[in-house]
Structures are given as structure tokens and as C-alpha cells.
Ligand binder design. Structure first.
Ligand code: ADP
Length: 773
């Protein structure tokens, strides 16, 4: 390479690299660059073009441009509108910057012109050139971006150096790769590099093609199917054949005709059918419409069952299927009687409230049976969203109707008995309150035009008889409660359970297991053992389960031992059900100071609640231990205050709250208990301990207390008295205001207990504590 240094005006290029032999025009806008051009024109029309490392830099310094560029001759200049100049240049030689000359007006550099020395034409060089031509040919074929004539001009190109540079200038390459090619002085190395670059490009091109083909084939397939389908339609139309679509449309048409739909529903169905015709059966829209039509056609718009109006027969059915539950049975019979008089009477909305397993669900089923109505049941437990009741709007993907419409479809008649179970277990969240939707359903003024979001049609629910169930009324929203007629279903006494087992549960289970009734017989003591030792519940659900379990086990046993009949007594029960699971607390056998028996109501029925108080010297601390819920703790504190305020009445040292510590303990017992009704028991136990008076062991009590000592009424009297009787108590002290509830206590129990009615605490302590003379 010959060396020659000259000072030449310079233009930094943005995003372009110029190779020797390359002819190119580009636009120049920067002031300094234009000045460089002008200076070049004044001299020998040569300019040095070198690429910027980063095209974004507006005023590059020396370190922002590469050191190797191309010396070019300016062939043409053209002033464009604005301050832009278009220039046509031809690359002459590679050149290297020796010194970058800073000047205010334009860029200049002292450059070293690198005269090219071609590679020696030996075999190696020839081989390289051939490979280069080969890969480039392939590149032209695949890319299609370079006219193949270009190849012909390359044929005559003798100089390998020139060939490489020309090819390089044709390729669409990244700036830094072009610069690398420019910087490769050694021609054979330059050829090698270019071969690698082209091969790389070829790989990328092939991959792009592959992806392109795949995408295109997908699109082609969809289009093809569409065309074929259209053709098929046309052919079928030509042949006058009914295609599947038409058959389906006709099917729907017939169904709509037969369904005897109300006018608005019919109109809507016809409208939807039109839409189905136009949308094509394969479209997703078609699917949505079909589901909707099916819903409309499946609902009982006009189907009605005929009510049984025979009061006597209804009563018979109700009695045959359930023991007790008098209030419910009477209410239904009453309804029927009134309905016979006034034909337009709307069904009552009954809410059955009571502990689990007392037969709320099954009596509702019986009512349906007695009235000859279809029965549907829907649980509201865990429903939190309004749309579960009223459905999702059809615009949602996968929308479905709400549970009411769902139930109506199941019911298959417009006047079913619809049981809404667990109405107290509903909750609400941000998606709207389901209770609001339910209000509308249960309101006889509104429910003749109930509108489901999905159906968007009005459905008449006014002929539906709704019965709801709940375990407690506390969590039912007030407006909902107002719409309903509450009937309480309380737990069963031991005797009632025995009767239910004998008359209903055992025959039912025997029948369900297909056993002859003479094969397995339950003795009273056997049933008693199951009730007392293996179930603890207000209802009879577990009792029924245990009976079923005994029947299964007995059957297996009979098959193994070839016995023909078995009687189930206490021993059999223990054998099949294992060790006794529950025992009831028994009251103390002797009178003690500071030990008083209360009565409590739990989810499993009643139980007794012994409270113990002990007094010791101290500084007036009140200690509470054992199984006390928050409400009972409050009662203890209120009781303590009452005793302090009334110490003189009970011969208690008035300074006890300074000199004595009081410890109240509530033994755990089998079942956790809490509630305000332990108030009287707390005070009586405290007075007994502080005044040193024994409490009668055969007395139990219940009652809420005020700070002034008034005794307030309590709930669950029947269950509490049952528990007291079971524990061996003979006298119960109850609030006077609960006198009316004594009616509910079965006679068998009432006759064995002595009742004391109290209005204030003095009467309680007087009867419960023993005055020593
Ligand atoms: P709930 O709905 O109150 O929780 P269920 O209706 O499920 O209770 O009753 C549980 C089982 O007990 C049912 O098999 C039912 O037939 C039976 N049962 C409950 N009470 C009675 C009753 N009074 N007479 C006959 N069977 C009863």
C-alpha cells in the first residue's frame, strides 16, 4: 500500500457506509457538512466520507466517528428547497484519519490514503472468489431484492477487491458490519468475512420465508374453508336440498309454534331465529343464539300443574310424612282452605327457622306433595353475587341465567313449590347484594314480571309458592324478613325423637334398604341408646344416619351368621356403633356454696351450665376462667357490679370488693356455650359464695339480668327445660316473661318439673339459696 497524506474536508455520515467504486447520492443538511462540501468544490472536488458511530449525534467529535472512511469524488451537487444539498459521489479509496482538524466552519482531517493492493491471483484467491460468487447468487435468488442482471456485471469484474466492495455495497447490512468490511484491508480476509456475512444473511432470510409460509398457509386454510362452504351452500341451493342449517331452523320454528309462548317471548324467539339464519351455524354467534333459544323453549311459560284443593287429603299426606311440625302443617291447611274461597289468593312466603335436621327441607317437599305441585330446591348458602340470582347479561362470554330461572326450568311448571334453602347464609360483596334481587323475587307485587339479565324477558313468578329455610333470623336482612312469614321449628325432645324414629325414620330406612320389616326390629332401649349416646343434635339427621348405619351392619351380620331376624337393643347398638360418643352433664348431688346450675341453649339443643365461684382474701380482683364467651364475660362483670351495689341486701361484707378476690369458673363440659342467659346464674353463684350460703343442687335457672337486677326473658326455653330434666333437676327458675313459652314444653316434661317465675333477681336467690338459721 502506498502512503499519501492529505488534508481533506470531511463529512460524517449517518447510517450510510460508502465503499470504493460505489456511486451514491445522499442529502446533506448540517451546516458544517455543507461547508465541507463547498470547500471541497473549491479545491479538487474530493471529500472524505466517514461513518458516525451513533447516527443520532448532531455535532460529532473525533471519538464519535470511525477512523477509517472513504475518499470520494463529488460528481454532482443539487440544491434542494430548504438548506439541503443533494450530492452524488463516487468512492475512490479507503483512507484513515491521521489527524482530525477542528475548525469552526467545517470538519477536516488529515488523511492517509490507503492504496488497495489486490490479492495475488493464486488458487486460494480463486477459490474464495468462486465461493463468494456462489453464496451471493443464492442470496440474490432468495432475497429477490437485487436484480439478477447485477450478477452479469459482476462476471466481468476482474479485481477481487473491487468485486467484494461492489457486492458489499449492494447488501442491506447493519452499519457496524459494513464498517468492518470497510476496515478489512487485506482483500482475501475481506472476501472471507463477506462470505460469512452473506451466509448469515441467508440463514435469516430462509427462516423469515419459513415463518411467512406458515402464516400464509393458515390464512389460506380459513379462506379455503369459507369458499368451500359458500360453494356447498350454492350447490345445495341449486339442488333444492334442505341443508342441516335449514333443518335446524325448521326444528326451532316448529318448537316455537308448539310451545304456546306468551307474545313478547314468541316475538323474541322469532327475532333470534332470524339472527340464527343469518349468522351461519358454524359461527360462534350461532352457538350463543342456539343456547338462548333452547333456554326460552325449555322454560315453563304456560305449563301449570293442577293444585290439590282437598284439605283433608292434604292433611293426610302431611301427617303421613312428618311427625309434629304442627305450625307448618296448620299453615298449609289454612292456606288451602282460604284459597278455596278466594281463587286469586297468592301463595304465602313461609320461612322455616330452626336448627339443622329438624325437617325443614323435608316438610317443604311434603307440602309440594300435599298440594300436588312440582318441587325444586335451591341452596342460597354462599351466594354472594346478585347475578347468581338474576343471571349474567348476554354480552358476557359464557353468560347463563340466574338460579331462579334455572330452578324454573327444572320445575317444568310455572307454579312449583320453590324451596330457597339457607337464606341466612347469603352474603354480599362488591358485585351487588343478592338480597336485593331476592327481594324482587319474593315480592308478590313485583314478581309477576321478574326479569333475568340473561333472558331479558319477563317471567311470571306470581304462581310460584316460595318456602325459605334458615337456621337463625339474625343474619337475614330486615326488608327480606318483612316479606316472609316466620314459622319456628324447634328441636325435638327425647320423647319426640323416639316417636319420630319409631314411626318415620326406621320404617323409611328399612324400606330404603329393601328389608322386610320383621327382619330387623329396634327396641325402645336400643333407640334410646342411639339418641342419648351417639347423637347430640336438636334435629334427627344424625339419628337417621346412625339408624341407617345399624341397618347396614346388621344386614351384613345376618348374611354371615344366617340369622333370620334381629332385634336391636342397647348391646347391639354399642356393638355396631362403637363406644358411646356423648354423655350429658349431670347436676351435683349435694348442695354446695358457690356452685349454681344454669341452663344453656346450644346449636345441639339444651344443656346445663354449672357455674362455680370461690372467694379468697385479696385485693378485689375478679378472675374469670374456664369456658366463657365474650357475652358471658360481660354478664359476669355486670353481675359483679350488681352484687357490689346491693351487698347489704344479701348480708355481704360491703368491702368485699377491696378485701376479697373473686374467682368465677365455668367448667368446659361437652359443648361450648355462650349467651346472655347466664346472668342470673352468675349473680346467684356470687351471692352464694360471698354470703356463704349453700345453693340447692336440684335447682337450675336461666335469665338475662340488668344492672338493677331485673330478670329479662330468654330463648330456647323448651330445649333448656329438657336438658335440666335430663340432668336430674326438679325445679327450674325462669323469667316471668317466658311464661307464654311454657306452652311449647311437652306435658311429659312439664309435669315433672317445678317452675318458678321470676321478675327480679331477689326472687331467684331466695329460691335457689338455703337460708341457714
Ligand atoms: P333441615 O332441612 O331442617 O336441616 P331435613 O329436612 O334435612 O332437615 O331433615 C333431616 C332428616 O330428618 C330428613 O330425612 C327428614 O325426613 C327427617 N325428619 C326431620 N324431622 C322429621 C319429622 N318431624 N318427622 C319425620 N322425619 C323427620
Amino acid at each position: 500500500m502506498n502512503k499519501e497524506t492529505r488534508v481533506i474536508p470531511l463529512i460524517p455520515l449517518r447510517g450510510i457506509t460508502i465503499f470504493p467504486y460505489m456511486v451514491l447520492h445522499f442529502d446533506v443538511g448540517r451546516e458544517k457538512s455543507i461547508a465541507a462540501l463547498e470547500e471541497a468544490m473549491m479545491k479538487d472536488q474530493e471529500i472524505f466520507l466517514v461513518a458516525q458511530k451513533d447516527a443520532k449525534i448532531e455535532e460529532p467529535e473525533q471519538e464519535d466517528i470511525y477512523t477509517i472512511g472513504t475518499l470520494c469524488s463529488i460528481k454532482q451537487l443539487l440544491k434542494l428547497p430548504g438548506d439541503t444539498v443533494r450530492v452524488l459521489v463516487e468512492g475512490l479509496n479507503r483512507a484513515k484519519i491521521i489527524k482530525y482538524i477542528e475548525s469552526e466552519s467545517c470538519y477536516k482531517a488529515e488523511i492517509d490514503i490507503l492504496e488497495e493492493k489486490d490479492c495475488v491471483k493464486d488458487n486460494k484467491c480463486e477459490a474464495l472468489v468462486r465461493s463468494l460468487r456462489e453464496v451471493f447468487e443464492e442470496y440474490i435468488k432468495i432475497s429477490g431484492s437485487i436484480p439478477s442482471e447485477a450478477l452479469i456485471s459482476f462476471e466481468d469484474m476482474d479485481s477481487p477487491g473491487r468485486l467484494v466492495d461492489t457486492i458489499s455495497s449492494y447488501l442491506m447490512l447493519k452499519g457496524d458490519i459494513k464498517q468492518e468490511l470497510l476496515e478489512a484491508f487485506d482483500v482475501s480476509k475481506r472476501i472471507e468475512k463477506l462470505i460469512v456475512v452473506i451466509k448469515n444473511e441467508l440463514e435469516i432470510l430462509k427462516l423469515e420465508k419459513k415463518i411467512g409460509v406458515r402464516v400464509k398457509s393458515k390464512i389460506d386454510k380459513v379462506q379455503k374453508e369459507y369458499y368451500l362452504r359458500e360453494q356447498l351452500k350454492a350447490i345445495q341451493e341449486e339442488l333444492g336440498e334442505d341443508d342441516e342449517d335449514k333443518k335446524e331452523i325448521n326444528r326451532y320454528k316448529n318448537k316455537i309454534k308448539k310451545a304456546k309462548l306468551p307474545k313478547p317471548v314468541k316475538d323474541r324467539a322469532i327475532y333470534e331465529l332470524e339472527r340464527l339464519k343469518n349468522s351461519g351455524s358454524y359461527s360462534s354467534e350461532g352457538g350463543v343464539i342456539r343456547t338462548y333459544l333452547d333456554w326460552i323453549l325449555d322454560l315453563p311459560w304456560n305449563t301449570q300443574t293442577k293444585d290439590n284443593m282437598d284439605v283433608k287429603k292434604a292433611r293426610e299426606v302431611l301427617e303421613a310424612e312428618h311427625y309434629g311440625l304442627k305450625d307448618v302443617k296448620d299453615r298449609i291447611v289454612e292456606y288451602l282452605a282460604v284459597k278455596q274461597m278466594s281463587k286469586s289468593l297468592k301463595g304465602p312466603i313461609i320461612c322455616l327457622v330452626g336448627p339443622p335436621g329438624v325437617g325443614k327441607t323435608s316438610i317443604a317437599k311434603s307440602v309440594a306433595h300435599a298440594l300436588n305441585r312440582n318441587f325444586v330446591r335451591m341452596s342460597l348458602g354462599g351466594v354472594r353475587d346478585e347475578s347468581e340470582i338474576r343471571g349474567h347479561r348476554k354480552t358476557y362470554v359464557g353468560a347463563i341465567p340466574g338460579r331462579i330461572i334455572y330452578g324454573m326450568r327444572q320445575a317444568k311448571s310455572k307454579n312449583p313449590l320453590f324451596l330457597l334453602d339457607e337464606i341466612d347464609k347469603m352474603s354480599n360483596d362488591f358485585r351487588g347484594d343478592p338480597a336485593d334481587a331476592l327481594l324482587e323475587v319474593l315480592d308478590s307485587e313485583q314478581n309477576s314480571t321478574f326479569r333475568d339479565h340473561y333472558l331479558e324477558l319477563e317471567m311470571d313468578l306470581s304462581n310460584v309458592m316460595f318456602i325459605t329455610t334458615a337456621n337463625s333470623l339474625d343474619t337475614i336482612p330486615r326488608p327480606l324478613l318483612d316479606r316472609m312469614e316466620i314459622i319456628e321449628v324447634s328441636g325435638y325432645t327425647y320423647d319426640e325423637k323416639l316417636s319420630i324414629a319409631k314411626q318415620y325414620l326406621i320404617p323409611k330406612q328399612i324400606k330404603e334398604h329393601s328389608v322386610d320389616e320383621n327382619m330387623i326390629k329396634f327396641t325402645d332401649s336400643g333407640i334410646n341408646e342411639i339418641i342419648e349416646g351417639y347423637t347430640r343434635e336438636s334435629g334427627v339427621r344424625n339419628l337417621e344416619r346412625q339408624i341407617a348405619s345399624i341397618i347396614r351392619k346388621t344386614l351384613a351380620d345376618m348374611l354371615e351368621t344366617d340369622k333370620k331376624d334381629v332385634s336391636i337393643s342397647t348391646n347391639q347398638v354399642r356393638k355396631y356403633l362403637g363406644p358411646v360418643r356423648f354423655t350429658y352433664d349431670k347436676a351435683d348431688k349435694e348442695d354446695k356454696i358457690g356452685v349454681v346450675t344454669g341452663m344453656a341453649w346450644t346449636a345441639y339443643g339444651g344443656d346445663i351450665l354449672p357455674i362455680e365461684v370461690s372467694v379468697m382474701n385479696g385485693s378485689g380482683k375478679l378472675e374469670l376462667t374456664g369456658q366463657l364467651g365474650d357475652v358471658m364475660k360481660e354478664s359476669a362483670k355486670a353481675g359483679y357490679s350488681y352484687v357490689r351495689a346491693n351487698a347489704d341486701k344479701y348480708d355481704i361484707n360491703p368491702n368485699f370488693y377491696k378485701e376479697k378476690d373473686l374467682h368465677i369458673h365455668v367448667p368446659e363440659g361437652a359443648v361450648p356455650k355462650d349467651g346472655p342467659s347466664a346472668g342470673v346464674t352468675m349473680i346467684t353463684a356470687m351471692v352464694s359464695a360471698l354470703a356463704n350460703k349453700k345453693a340447692r343442687h336440684n335447682v337450675a335457672m336461666t335469665g338475662e339480668i340488668t344492672l338493677t337486677g331485673r330478670v329479662l326473658p330468654i330463648g330456647g326455653l323448651k330445649e333448656k327445660c329438657l336438658a335440666a330434666y335430663r340432668a336430674g333437676i326438679d325445679t327450674v327458675i325462669i323469667p316471668k316473661e317466658n311464661e307464654k313459652d311454657m306452652l311449647k314444653i311437652p306435658k311429659s316434661i312439664k309435669s315433672k318439673l317445678n317452675f318458678i317465675l321470676a321478675t327480679e333477681i331477689g326472687e331467684v336467690t331466695k329460691n335457689a339459696l338455703i337460708e341457714e338459721n
